[in-house]
Write a new protein. Sequence first.
Lengths: 170, 170
Amino acid sequence: MQLTDYIRTVEDFPKQGISYKDITPLLLDSKACKHAVSEIIKGLNGERITKVVGIESRGFLFGMLLANALDVGFVPIRKQGKLPAETHSQSYELEYGSDTIEIHKDAIHQGDRILLHDDLLATGGTAAAAYQLIKELKGEIVQVNFIVELDSLNGRRLLPKAKINSLIHY
Amino acid sequence: MQLTDYIRTVEDFPKQGISYKDITPLLLDSKACKHAVSEIIKGLNGERITKVVGIESRGFLFGMLLANALDVGFVPIRKQGKLPAETHSQSYELEYGSDTIEIHKDAIHQGDRILLHDDLLATGGTAAAAYQLIKELKGEIVQVNFIVELDSLNGRRLLPKAKINSLIHY
């Protein structure tokens, strides 16, 4: 099974000149989703994971499937103001302006071994901020996983210490 | 297992006087998540489902688990401007102003039997707009499912034709 068969490129979205990688055809195929989950778990090489952290909102999709397959809890990282209990916040730069994401302070503890997941690694700003949030809570980040990585944007430079596993590279 | 044990009430969030029902403790417990999924599937009484539709962003969480458990595809309904291909849109009223959600036009076809899922039924505006989007694409909505329903807000009045199943009522 070729996972790239389930990724659709939409030109000029969200703006002129961008080739958007759309994972919705993958979501529509349950066999392909199960295959993606099993490939991600293979990529862990048996490393023990105690929690999966997924980044709002597309990181919730496979994040929950991964937590379910690994029989561990799921922790959402959300946009500012969405999590109701006490949070840690992290801001990061966008092309224009900045954005802030948050995690519940009581969601991760020292000794937790984390699989951090998002669907796409582009410039890496969000993933690096999420990485920082987990570190602040003393979680050990075993691996950072993406369905799709856009190699030309070199998002990895913002995650110099992370073990990164992406299923598909463009 | 009592699912209510995994829902945390946070007072005065997002504003004074609101008792927010927080599902993040449920997400942290993989056994409780599997139990929730199995209870939702029991509630389908064997009805055939061909696709699960989940509403951004918290409807993505159990929406994907349900699609995975039922071996069917998942269709995301997203906030305006987030889905890259051709969409149907539906606006709905909020306490102040309005909001718009969208679905990919090619995601649902006549003959599809849909389980529509979101985590929370409050006033019902979002769920009713999602219901309308699926109807426009000629999908048959077999059931609308929520983890939590706030009975006092009577969101069901906006879904008069729907079969609704909520795991937890407040």
